[in-house]
Each structure stands twice: as C-alpha cells, then as structure tokens.
Design a binder for this molecule. Structure first.
Ligand code: ZN
Length: 278
C-alpha cells in the first residue's frame, strides 16, 4: 500500500468519524433529499442562502463511510462560497470522479482529493458524488422557486464497467509451493483488498472459514457492512486470487452475516492499530 493511499484513507476516516456541519437547519432556504439505491446511502441537506451566498449548510447523512465523508467534505468546501462557485466545484468534483480529471490546483478542494482513489472502485463512485448531486438538485429546484428537491443516484458512472477490478497486489504463490494448502489459501485471500478500507480481507477478519477437499475450496466470508454493494467485487477478487493456485479446481463462496463482523475481536493486531478507530 502506498503512502498516498494511507494518507487518503486517514482523511476519509477522519471525516467519517468527525463529520462537519452535521444536523438540520430550522429555517433553510431549501431542503434536498438524496438517496443512492446502489449502496443504501441517504442524506438530507438543508441550505441557507443569503442572496447568492451559501451562508449555512447542514447534512444528515446515513450510509457508508465514503458517502458520509464526501458529504462532510462538501459542506466544508462550499459553506461561505457563492452558488456559482459551489456549482463549479460540483462540476469539477464530478469530472474528477467520472472522467478522471484531476483536482490538483484547487486548494479549496484539498480534502476532496482524498476521494480520487475511489475512482478505482466504480461501485463506490455513486457514494462519493451523492452529496454533490443532491446539492445540485436542490440548487436547481431553488432556481425554479421551489423549496424542496429529491435526488436519486442513477445514471452517473453507468458507463463504467461495474466489474472493473482494482489492480491486484503481488499474485498469490503459483505452481510449486511448500506451504500447506491451508497456508496457500490464506496467502491468496490476503491479496484481496476491501475497497472501502483498503486493507486485506484476511487480516481484517472477514474470512470466517475455509474448507479444502482436494481441488475444492470453500470460503465462508463476511463484509464490513451490509449496506455497500461490495459483495460481488470481493467475491470476484477472491475467486481470481484462489484460481491462481494451480491445484484449485472449484471454489464455493458463502456470505455469512452471523456473527456480525467485529474488528475488535476479529481483525489482526496490525490492522486494529491501522484502523485506530475501534
Ligand atoms: Zn455508499
């Protein structure tokens, strides 16, 4: 993992733990509700304008760490700016997420650059842009004289292949290995990275069990949260990692929610230190 990835994850987790401008304004100029059905994220923005100035913005987010952190960063970036400035920032942020543009040279969007890493995980892009799209929807309703708006995440990012996988770290041991099959399977699973936390699923404690019978491998695993649609991504990565072991012929995966994942008891010591939040 590169230093940059670490740094970016820290910024995202910091916003997730200490969200800025949370809550609801009593007398907003407009309210905008946003939902991202792909992940179960929801948020409500209340915004107070003074002419073209965004005097106050509050957010009530519910959802994954990416959507909550992104909304927190957005409120911090646009509060005190004008409506056209905020619209321009939304345009830039979406261009960065959806078209690969860079947010460098935009100091007022410094923290938001941390989300550029999300681009690698198409399923999470909707989480990152939900707040901005909800804001744009609210502003557009306001321009039409309305006080309330609703945004449902839909088209954006649709053109990106959903099965695009992040680059795999070093491939699992190939052909000849003196490790036991169990160790080889663990080694392979250690190369699978949870996109949300950017840490490997084995040390996170997401693997509940492995059974090996000849060339058949059965993996029982869980996910960090039932909300986000990471299942298919992680499952796909597990399968390709295990298939790199020459003796593996068949793979069965089983997603388990019981017991619920608890990093306090399940993650490795290194990972707990790394997460710092548990
Ligand atoms: Zn999400």
């Amino acid at each position: 993992m590169s230093l940059t990835d670490d740094l970016y994850r820290d910024i995202i987790l910091e916003h997730f733990r200490n969200p800025r401008n949370q809550g609801k304004l009593e007398q907003p100029t407009f309210i905008s509700h946003g939902t991202n059905p792909f992940c179960g994220d929801e948020l409500e923005l209340t915004v107070e304008l003074e002419g073209e100035l965004i005097r106050k913005i509050r957010v009530q987010p519910k959802g994954c760490s990416i959507s909550q952190a992104s909304a927190s960063m957005m409120t911090e970036a646009i509060q005190g700016k004008t409506v056209p400035q905020a619209e321009e920032m939304a345009r830039r942020f979406k261009a960065a997420m959806l078209e690969g543009a860079s947010l460098e040279n935009t100091p007022e969007m410094e923290d938001l650059q941390a989300l550029e890493g999300v681009k690698k995980y198409p399923v999470r892009i909707k989480c990152a842009i939900l707040g901005w799209n909800t804001l744009l929807e609210g502003l557009s309703a306001h321009h039409k004289g309305k006080k309330e708006a609703t945004h449902v995440e839909g088209e954006e990012g649709e053109h990106k292949p959903l099965n695009a996988e992040p680059e795999q770290p070093a491939a699992a041991q190939a052909a000849v290995s003196t490790d036991s099959p169990e160790e080889q399977v663990r080694g392979a699973l250690r190369t699978v990275i949870d996109p949300e936390l950017n840490l490997n699923i084995l040390d996170l404690g997401l693997i509940y069990g492995t059974e090996i019978q000849g060339g058949n491998v059965k993996v029982t695993y869980t996910l960090t949260s039932p909300g986000c649609p990471l299942g298919p991504v992680i499952k796909g990565q597990m399968q390709s990692a295990l298939l790199r072991l020459s003796w593996v012929k068949e793979i069965q995966t089983e997603l388990a929610w019981i017991p619920p994942w608890d990093p306090k008891t399940m993650a490795s010591e290194d990972i707990k230190t790394e997460l710092g939040i548990w």
